[in-house]
Write a protein that binds this ligand. Sequence first.
Ligand code: FES
Length: 167
Amino acid sequence: MSEKKHRVSRRQFLTYTLTGVGGFMAAGMLSPMVRMALDPALEATGDSEFVAVGLGEDELTEEPQIVNFELEIEDAWYTSEQPRSAWIYKDGDEIIALSPICTHLGCTVNWDANEDYPEQFFCPCHFGRFERDGTNVAGTPPTRPLDVYDVEVRDGMIYLGQINQRS
Ligand code: FES
């Protein structure tokens, strides 16, 4: 057998090398996309995790107070901090954390903000109203209650988790 048959030409060498590098890069880019396609649980999972809101259990009152916090949202390409808020208060032994997003068209509700409707959440956009427990007041535009967060207390501090829709 002649030595010539075992030689790899410069052109072949470059072809093999570039094909290898190209394939490696393509696999690196495609694998997160394939994982996302095959496993929907890998989609933005930030809302399922509990986040500290910087409020101690002993700071809670029966009067709803607003807390602002940041939620880390991860997707296939990057992680971002997104602002969230909750109206949080104590109801006997229970801790209630309500979303401030009006269930009519998404404006922000405020507690005890309209003197005609004391002790209610009031939405200034179309005068939507909610009771203290988040129930929508009949005859106002919202047709379902305010959403509620899962709540946990860890070492005396309040953590909020997934947000839940009620009907
Ligand atoms: S958005 Fe709140 S009442 Fe319409």
